[in-house]
Design a protein around this ligand. Structure first.
Ligand SMILES: Cc1ncc(COP(=O)(O)O)c(C=O)c1O
Length: 365
């Protein structure tokens, strides 16, 4: 990531936005949050959007709005950031993990039906690394069983599937504006996008202590509000996110053009899907050698989700064993995030590919 390259040119505009919030004296849930909610809605086929404190709360509140609670099960992917599974468990429900597909690393729709039980309350796919999960078959199985779908879109603002935006493909969707996300803030922030006004109304109430007016409290909720400073800055970034996503896609294309696919398995893009490469996760059987060759040349790389959720100690009581989710486990063992940001140059791409080739030669003996 290169946050400086991303924010530098916008610094004066960001400073002005911050000063204007300070001058206004409104800091929580004011006009900037309302404007951001409206702007996000406009990109989500008009669906109402509700700003919350972070992407984890967005998930907890979205699931709570569906009345997920103790004794319930929610089907999700084991290959995700912990927050996805944590949100389910935080409500007292049980995450039920379903393996992923090797190409897009998202939940495998064909494996979902077999895990549905009378306790299943929702399906929670994740658009992992910025690639849209295969929502059409997920929605079909959900509809066949009368289940709602919540999209964890934390890593995928601006990704599309068959020209439709992720975030508008389920019943509820969540976003995170954590500073490293492809649509970032300068602190914590999140959003819940809702298919109906009724759901949005519930989410708004939940984010504010279960109250509409701070006088009457109708249920136990949360204090999970988006603040004006974040919203003002996220609004600036929102105007740039498509250009940044284009830059990420160009960087991904540059990796492919430079021949990285000859030595690593590159992230795939399903027909009709628009991957925004929040992270560029390529796979190699000898990942450690690739990472050390990169490190020798001063190039950063990182492992994400090296222990899939079904093997995390916190979920040991659920009884999963190594080998239960072979595809997720293989990705956890072989995938590595290579440098990826909107302004990655051809030279930087070439030096990454060079380093990987040198590791590959060593590995090949
Ligand atoms: C897939 C996924 N879900 C949820 C979250 C949680 O978002 P936040 O960090 O804003 O709470 C993140 C990111 O951190 C994420 O990557």
């Amino acid at each position: 990531m290169d946050i400086g390259a991303q924010y530098g040119p916008l610094r004066a505009e960001i400073d002005r936005a911050i000063a204007s919030v300070l001058d206004s004296g409104r800091f929580i849930l004011g006009p900037e949050v309302s404007a951001l909610e409206a702007e996000v809605s406009a990109r989500m086929e008009g669906r109402p959007s509700v700003g919350v404190a972070n992407g984890t709360d967005a998930l907890v509140i979205a699931l709570n709005a569906l009345d997920v609670g103790p004794g319930d099960e929610v089907i999700t992917t084991p290959y995700t950031f912990f927050a996805t599974a944590e949100a389910i468990a935080r409500l007292g429900a049980t995450p039920v993990f379903v393996d992923i597909r090797e190409d897009d690393m998202c939940i495998d729709p064909d494996l979902i039906a077999a895990r549905i039980t009378p306790r299943t309350r929702a399906i929670l796919p994740v658009h992992i690394f910025g690639h849209p999960a295969d929502m059409a078959p997920i929605r079909a199985v959900a509809e066949a069983h009368g289940l709602p779908v919540v999209e964890d879109s934390a890593q995928a603002f601006g990704a599309t599937a068959d020209e439709r935006p992720v975030g508008a493909l389920g019943d509820l969707a969540t976003f995170s504006f954590f500073p490293t996300k492809n649509l970032p803030g300068i602190g914590d922030g999140g959003m819940v996008v809702c298919r109906t006004e009724e759901l949005a109304d519930r989410v708004r109430r939940l984010r504010f202590h279960g109250s509409r007016d701070k006088v009457v409290f109708e249920e136990v909720g949360y204090n999970s509000r988006l603040d004006e400073l974040q919203a003002a800055v996220i609004r600036i970034f929102l105007r740039h996110v498509d250009g940044w996503n284009d830059g990420r896609r160009a960087a991904a294309a540059a990796y492919a053009a430079a021949g990285l696919g000859e030595v690593m398995t590159l992230p795939a893009e399903r027909d009709g899907a628009r991957h925004i490469h929040h992270l560029y996760m390529a796979r190699h059987a000898d990942r450690a050698s690739v990472m050390s060759a990169l490190k020798e040349r001063g190039i950063a790389s990182a492992v994400y989700y090296g222990i899939p959720m079904h093997l995390q100690p916190v979920f040991a009581h659920l009884g999963y064993r190594a080998g239960d989710m072979p595809v997720a486990e293989a990705c956890a063992d072989t995938a590595v995030a290579l440098p990826m940001h909107p302004h990655l140059t051809r030279e930087q791409v070439a030096s990454v590919v060079d380093a990987v080739r040198s590791a590959d030669r060593v590995a090949a003996g």
